[in-house]
Structure formats: structure tokens, C-alpha cells
Design a protein around this ligand. Structure first.
Ligand SMILES: C[S@@+](CC[C@H](N)C(=O)[O-])C[C@H]1O[C@@H](n2cnc3c(N)ncnc32)[C@H](O)[C@@H]1O
Length: 216
């Protein structure tokens, strides 16, 4: 199968998954998408600074709301492939609609009509869901960041339990520690925190990285 067909079928699987899950997302995900609340404190930026940011796969807008609320001068773009998630997001970020723009699309090199580069790009519980696309997305983010720009990532790290790994796989999540090495390969590491969830049933990580001034 060609890369394009793979991508189309992966994205249409996600579209149908989120048709239902967008309805229960906010009521259920706080139970296991840990680390999102404290993300605002990981950025080496003051809450009055002016900067622009992109959240790749913004979902229902949990992070968009938190960032716009904490950083009073940030301008944010949120992109997501699922129209059902974007619909939920629209009502959540209503208060900040002058500073947040939503795009319903797949994140790729043709995502933005007007080319823009960002001070910060956020990936929150996305890269473990995007299969073979994760590396492509991280390389795209290198192009979309300004020199010296910051990448912020929170996501599942790994589990020592095969049954749980399979259960997550059935929910489109790959969790075997594959993301951190890709981040470390392409970005300068500013910090990496790994935390346990539910007595180490799994671990999750928060990574803060910098786009190198000279790309490899
Ligand atoms: C687990 S949710 C995370 C949402 C949000 N970042 C959060 O932390 O709550 C994953 C999201 O990624 C989106 N997504 C997956 N692949 C994508 C892609 N290639 N481009 C844009 N969005 C994508 C899905 O539609 C879904 O909304």
C-alpha cells in the first residue's frame, strides 16, 4: 500500500473513532491523560510574554483553553483531523476566540494557507496515536518552529504489562517507549520528566526541547 493510502486509511479510522469518543472525551480522559494540567509551567516563558503557538491535534481544546487562560498574550492555532473534536473545541474556547484559531485538517506541510512559523509547538497525547506518522509530524514541526523555538510534548511513555499494551493498541495507542528517542534525535533536550501512573501500570513523560539552530 502507498504511504498516501496508508495515511488516508489511518485518518479515516481516527475520524470514526472520534465520532463517538468526542462525546465522552472530556468526561473520561482526565482519568488517564495525566500531565496536561501542569504543561503551562514547563515553558520557559512568562505569563505576560507575547508569543505564538501551535497545538498539533488539539482535540476538544483542553490545552488550548489552559494556555490561553494562563498566557494572556499568546496567539494560538489548533489543528485537528477530526471534525467532531473540532466542533467540541469551538464551544470550549469561545472566551478566547480572538486569540485562538482552529483548523480542521491533517497536520502536514500543506496545513496552513499562509505560512507562519511558531515560537512553541505542543503535542499532547498525539504522537503515540499517529503510528508511522509520528516521525513525519516531528520533522514537520522542525520546519514550522522558529529557530530556537520550543517543542513541548506530553504523552504515554511505556508499560511493562503486555495485556495493557494490547488494550491500548486496540484504542489506537502505541506505548513502548518509542517517542522519547525520536525527540532526542531531532531536538535539543531542555528537560525530560517521566512519571508513573496507577502504581506504574504505565509511565508518561513531559519533554521540553529546542529546535537546534543548525538542523542535522
Ligand atoms: C488523544 S487526542 C489528544 C487531544 C488533545 N491534544 C488533548 O491533549 O486532549 C488525539 C487527537 O489527535 C488527532 N489527530 C490524530 N492524528 C492527527 C493528524 N495527523 N493531524 C491532526 N490531528 C490528528 C485526533 O483527531 C485526536 O483529536
Amino acid at each position: 500500500m502507498s504511504q498516501h493510502k496508508n495515511l488516508d486509511s489511518h485518518n479515516s479510522r481516527l475520524q470514526s473513532y472520534y465520532k463517538f469518543h468526542s462525546l465522552i472525551y472530556d468526561r473520561t480522559r482526565w482519568l488517564f491523560l495525566f500531565g496536561r494540567k501542569s504543561l503551562v509551567h514547563f515553558l520557559p516563558i512568562s505569563n505576560k510574554d507575547h508569543f505564538n503557538m501551535l497545538e498539533v491535534s488539539c482535540g476538544t481544546g483542553h490545552n488550548l483553553y489552559n494556555f490561553a487562560n494562563y498566557f494572556s498574550n499568546v496567539k494560538i492555532k489548533g489543528i485537528d483531523v477530526s471534525k467532531d473534536m473540532i466542533k467540541k473545541c469551538q464551544s470550549k474556547i469561545h472566551l478566547f476566540k480572538d486569540r485562538i484559531e482552529l483548523i480542521n485538517d491533517t497536520y502536514s506541510d500543506s496545513s496552513f494557507q499562509k505560512k507562519e512559523s511558531f515560537d512553541v509547538i505542543l503535542f499532547s497525547y498525539t504522537l503515540t496515536m499517529t503510528g508511522f506518522q509520528n516521525k513525519i509530524m516531528l520533522i514537520q514541526a522542525l520546519r514550522d518552529l522558529k529557530p530556537g523555538g520550543i517543542i513541548l510534548v506530553v504523552d504515554f511513555h511505556k508499560t511493562n504489562y503486555k495485556f495493557f499494551e494490547m488494550h491500548m493498541k486496540n484504542n489506537h495507542v502505541d506505548m513502548y517507549g518509542q517517542i522519547v528517542p525520536i525527540l532526542e534525535q531531532h531536538y535539543g533536550t531542555l528537560s525530560l520528566d517521566i512519571e508513573k501512573a496507577y502504581y506504574n501500570l504505565w509511565s508518561y513523560f513531559t519533554f521540553v526541547g529546542i529546535k537546534p539552530y543548525k538542523l542535522k
